[in-house]
Design a protein around this ligand. Structure first.
Ligand code: OAD
Length: 230
């Protein structure tokens, strides 16, 4: 039986594809106030601004490609039972060929009812027009989990962590909870690799820190987990 490799990914895994991270210098939260564009209060205050923010993100997503890090992670499915838990709302893991992906914070290419979170549909890369309605007649909103909202997939993600044999954390500052607490669910003794070009504020268990960008870090990890075992 293949070992279960659980990867927790954040904005940094998509940085080399040309998608801005949030908290780095030049990141999105320098340009926008997070509470204006990514919170439920922001949506209630100014839904047009929020729609516009995600319409731009969606349009950009159509123009970028998965990078080497997404591709190596997808190729690891030959050797491991890979489960990806991503905080990203892009679809680059899917487009690289990964098959088991939990989107903790939603997906850009979907829209949903603003009243019933279970009424969700594909919209691809198109804009949501102002005043557009969902199937239940409510305002159509981005399928994004905003600050101030529950994270419906967190229990599914925690269960996957509990079953992990290997954990890999890629490109997340581990600032946002509950996602940042997921690593603590991994059984004791499970090796944890962390790939990030910058120091990450993590004070849990012992980690194997690969201080590289995602693509180079994933090449090193592939060597460590696969090549050296041959
Ligand atoms: P952050 O922007 O907080 O962190 C990005 C991480 O990626 C940092 O640790 C960087 O050092 C690292 N990084 C930058 N370039 C990289 C590269 N080329 N390769 C690898 N790592 C790189 O993004 P997240 O931790 O994903 O939520 O943010 C978590 C959540 O906060 C997001 O899902 C979003 C945001 O607010 C919502 O909007 C609900």
């Amino acid at each position: 039986m293949k070992k279960k490799l659980v990867a927790l990914t954040g904005a940094g895994v998509s940085a080399e594809s040309g998608i801005k991270t949030f908290r780095d210098s030049g990141g999105l939260w320098e340009e926008y106030d997070v509470m204006d564009v990514a919170s439920i209060e922001g949506w209630r205050r100014n839904p047009q601004l929020v729609q516009q923010f995600y319409n731009v993100r969606r349009r950009e997503l159509a123009t970028v490609q998965p990078n080497k890090a997404h591709e190596i992670l997808a190729s690891l499915e030959k050797f491991f039972d890979v489960e990806i838990i991503t905080q990203n709302v892009d679809n680059l893991h899917e487009r690289a060929g990964s098959t088991n992906i939990v989107h903790l914070h939603g997906e850009l290419t979907k829209a949903r009812s603003s009243v019933n979170p279970n009424i969700v549909g594909e919209i691809g890369y198109r804009a949501i027009e102002h005043g557009e309605k969902a199937a239940d007649g409510s305002i159509l909103r981005p399928h994004i989990v905003w600050f101030g909202e529950a994270v419906p997939m967190i229990e599914t993600a925690a269960k996957k962590m509990q079953q992990s044999d290997i954990v890999v954390i890629i490109g997340t500052s581990l600032n946002v909870y509950p996602a940042a607490g997921l690593v603590d669910y991994a059984p004791p003794g499970v090796p944890v690799y962390l790939i990030d070009p910058n120091e990450v504020n993590y004070h849990g268990r012992k980690i194997n820190f690969i201080r590289k960008k995602a693509s180079e870090g994933m090449e090193i990890l592939f060597q460590t987990l696969v090549e050296q075992k041959k």
